[in-house]
Design a protein around this ligand. Structure first.
Ligand code: ADP
Ligand code: MG
Length: 447
């Protein structure tokens, strides 16, 4: 192997010690060069190889003995690579700056990667160090492929998440729509349940208002002739004879006693008062019914739950009155932003459930209070209570223990979803024979 061209000749007149030191340096340098894994060439600007150090001759593309004096142009490598080498060789020698570049060639059918570093080493020549970086390159490539694969995986996952989210959103929308339908269905069912009662409730005032009107019309018939006689009497005043007037007065007296006008006059205000009350009661029932049946506008409104409860109680009164007395303990409440018709639907269901749970006679207790940031409504009854089995399935849609036609099993599940829509809670306490208490808590400030 020729000595490296960069090796400075160290000649010193000082004697053998200097020479010995010089050969030491040389030895160390040689060792260093032989330990390097690189191919090192010295090369002229025209591409001629002047010198080389190669520790792994099998990496050379030409036999080592033919290398010196041969030219880059004659190497069995692609022309494009030869051109690249020349470009960097010229840059290194012309500009003086270190040139570094990487390239790939196929050796024995396998791609090999190299890094070339070219540095000017004289006027017309450069040192070229070539290092095999295949291993690093392959690792990099593998890493890159893995990254690519990871990216594809991540993209795929993101797509999956997106499509699932969309599906979930769709399902939620459908669920919400179905819930609205369910609320409406339950409302219609309880309306149906109440219709007979309401009809009965209206029919009694309608009955006595009608009968009173009949009596009043008879009274009017009795009053009319008397009033006519009075009119005649007024007309004759001053003009006709005292006999005529006396005759008129006698007829009036007769009529008064025949028709029992005293009793009529006594009865009249009572009849009118009763009829007015009946008409008012009918108006009230119809109003409550309209309130219950009205469509929810969708926008929450400010409402006093005590007022809603009173209206609901009026409406379901017919369902309750044969079974129980209702005790009210309604504390003043601040206005609550809510859907009043929906809450009234909840109260209706709870009150009717209570009445249905009472077998003979009992009591329903309605309590409201303002506690912390919440409005609390409590409806308890002294009914038959619930078994743990019923308690555990209470809010399940279509769960009912009532005979066909009496229960839909939707009341509590719909009530629960209405309360949840108001960010509230509905709790129940019950035991067989001990009655039942439902407690509803509704937050005042929207979260
Ligand atoms: N106050 C109550 N006392 C006893 N049982 C009740 C009470 N409220 C509800 N339940 C039980 O819960 C069941 C479900 O009630 P709900 O969802 O309103 O449906 P429905 O009233 O149509 O049966 C009732 O069938 C009944 O067994
Ligand atoms: Mg019910």
């Amino acid at each position: 192997m020729p000595p490296p061209p960069t090796q400075p000749e160290r000649v010193s007149p000082e004697g053998t010690e200097e020479r010995a030191a010089g050969s030491h340096t040389e030895e160390r340098l040689n060792a260093l060069l032989q330990a390097l894994p690189d191919l090192i060439f010295r090369q002229r600007l025209d591409g001629t190889y002047l010198d080389f150090i190669v520790n792994k001759p099998e990496e050379l593309l030409v036999p080592p003995e033919h290398l010196i004096g041969s030219n880059l142009r004659d190497l069995p490598i692609p022309q494009a690579l030869i051109d690249t080498f020349f470009m960097y060789l010229q840059r290194a020698i012309g500009g003086g700056a270190l040139q570094v570049f990487e390239y790939e060639i196929e050796v024995a059918g396998k791609p090999q990667y190299y890094e070339a570093r070219i540095l000017r080493s004289g006027l017309d020549e450069a040192v070229c160090i070539i290092r095999n970086i295949t291993e690093r390159k392959l690792t990099e490539l593998r890493l890159h492929q893995q990254e690519e694969e990871l990216r594809r995986h991540r993209d795929h996952l993101e797509e999956l998440v997106q499509s699932r989210t969309e599906k979930l959103r769709q399902a939620t929308r459908e669920l919400e729509e179905r819930q609205v339908q369910l609320i409406q269905a339950e409302k219609l069912a309880s309306l149906g349940q109440m219709a007979a009662g309401v009809a009965h409730e209206v029919s009694s005032p309608v009955g006595y208002v009608l009968s009173n009107l009949g009596t009043l019309s008879q009274y009017a018939s009795a009053l009319t002739p008397l009033l006519r006689l009075q009119r005649e009497l007024l007309d004759t005043q001053g003009s006709s004879s005292p006999d005529t007037r006396e005759a008129l007065l006698t007829r009036m007296r007769e009529h008064w006693s025949q028709q029992d006008m005293d009793a009529l006059l006594e009865d009249l205000p009572e009849l009118l008062q009763e009829s007015l009350e009946g008409a008012r009661r009918i108006k009230e029932i119809v109003q409550s019914l309209r309130m219950f049946a009205r469509e929810d506008s969708g926008e929450p409104q400010l409402a006093d739950l005590n007022v809603e409860l009173e209206a609901t109680l009026r409406m379901v009164w017919n369902e309750l009155k044969y079974k129980c007395t209702v005790a009210r303990d309604l504390q003043p409440l601040p206005p609550l932003r809510c859907h009043p018709t929906q809450l009234s639907q909840v109260f209706t269901n709870l009150l009717i459930n209570s009445a249905q749970a009472i077998e003979t006679r009992g009591e329903v207790h309605v309590r409201t209070r303002h506690e912390g940031g919440e409005v609390v409504v409590q409806i308890s009854d002294t009914g038959k209570g619930m078994t743990p089995e019923t308690l555990s399935r209470l809010f399940t849609p279509f769960f009912t223990t009532k005979p066909r036609g009496q229960g839909t099993g939707l009341g509590l599940s719909v009530s629960q979803s209405i309360i949840a829509r108001h960010q509230g809670r509905i709790d129940v306490q019950s035991a067989p024979g001990k009655g039942t208490t439902f407690t509803i808590r509704l937050p005042l400030a929207e979260p």
